[in-house]
Ligand binder design. Structure first.
Ligand code: PMP
Length: 361
């Protein structure tokens, strides 16, 4: 018997059970095809239909107008740290990065290899516990783009909404909150996200790029690193992650059945609030992120001592609450509660937290 635990892992992360069941049902043979999605040619009609459905699902859910392209690439969000500046940061230009956590730092490291980077605001001096206030953000009006990390997975800080960049396109790493809520798409020039948290398995990276940005790409880039290659070939220049794209198509279907991104946002807020309420009503747990910047996806908090944190993780794991250990750079506890994370799992955690405080507080 295979018992499922409550999986609080930051990613790869929990997927919707109906998606896993459907993939399992059709793993030996897709209906009418006679072979598995794992065995099928990426040039086949069947796969063309699968990738079309995945793209259509992303378009419908995010409300993408026609002048945005949807790509399914490889190399993770980490490769996008490089591809973004290679394609969009001109040699004689500059890009603004708003730094709110560990992933943004990695993005900046790669961008600096390509050109001039200005850190338009950072909250590093308070250990990335918040999103900067509008007046703290010093944008360069000539910046090629403004890069943000919509949700910093490690620190658990999330932009409550997009910053106002005065028309400069936002480039966003949305790896850990993609499709967790509606977005104001017209503010974005490019969005990238590793699939393995909210929309699928590891190995596919969703990239959404506005058409006019393609004209800025310099000639001479390596073929695989040039967004135009993937736009022109509809993500089929080389062999894509066929299985990953298939799962994304199923997750999109599931999201639509759940009522789309507005319904998701309400559910995600309700789930996160249950945990933050326990933190706020206790002198025992201490949240990492400041209230206005709290993530709906990754709830990060500390206990009075590291000893207690260790015991918390041990006892929680024994009760089927898995993956709660925080990232080593923040310490403490991190509960990742993406779209597919069930509300009952949050209820179980909240109950566990109250009980643990009662025994140890
Ligand atoms: N950005 C963010 C916000 C992330 O959470 C992660 C993965 N945890 C990454 C980038 C790196 O993604 P990948 O492992 O897909 O390269």
């Amino acid at each position: 018997k295979t018992e499922r635990v409550y999986n609080f892992s930051a990613g790869p992360a929990v997927l919707p059970v109906p998606v896993l069941e459907e993939a399992q049902r059709h793993l030996l043979a897709l209906p009418g095809v006679g072979m598995s999605v794992l065995e099928i040619s990426h040039r086949s009609k069947t796969f063309e239909e699968i990738i079309r459905r995945a793209e259509q699902g992303v378009r419908e859910l995010l409300g993408l107008p026609d002048h945005y392209h949807v790509l399914f690439l490889q190399g993770g969000a980490s490769l996008q740290f490089s591809m973004v500046p290679m394609n969009l940061l001109p040699k004689d230009g500059s890009a603004d990065y708003i730094l709110t956590g560990s992933w943004g730092k990695k993005a900046i490291k790669e961008a600096k290899r390509e050109g001039r980077v200005q850190i338009a605001a950072t909250t590093e001096d308070s250990n990335f516990d918040r999103i900067p206030e509008p007046h703290e953000i010093k944008l360069d009006p000539n910046a090629a783009y403004v890069h943000i990390t919509t949700n910093e997975t490690i620190q658990g800080v999330q932009w409550p909404k997009e910053p106002d960049t005065g028309g400069i396109p936002i480039v966003a790493d949305a790896s850990s909150d993609i499709m967790s809520r509606p977005i104001d798409i017209e503010k974005y020039g490019l969005i990238y996200a590793g699939a393995q948290k909210n929309i699928g398995p590891a190995g596919v990276t969703l990239v959404i790029i506005r058409d006019d940005l393609l004209s800025r790409i310099p000639d001479g880039l390596h073929t695989m690193l040039d967004y135009r290659t993937h736009v022109e070939n509809r993500s089929l220049y080389n062999t894509p992650n066929t299985f990953g794209i298939y799962i994304i198509s199923l997750v999109c279907q599931w999201l639509k059945e759940k009522g789309g991104l507005e319904a998701m946002a309400r559910e995600n807020e309700a789930k996160a609030k249950m945990i933050y309420d326990v933190i706020d009503s206790s002198g025992f747990y201490r949240g990492h992120a400041q209230p206005g910047s709290r993530s709906m996806m990754n709830v990060t908090f500390r206990l009075p001592t590291e000893e207690l944190e260790k015991r918390f993780v041990q006892e929680a794991t024994a009760q089927g609450l898995d993956g709660l250990k925080g990232h080593r750079s923040v310490g403490g506890i991190r509960a990742s509660i993406y779209n597919a994370f069930p509300r009952e799992g949050v209820e179980a955690l909240v109950q566990f937290m109250r009980e643990f405080e009662r025994k140890n507080g």
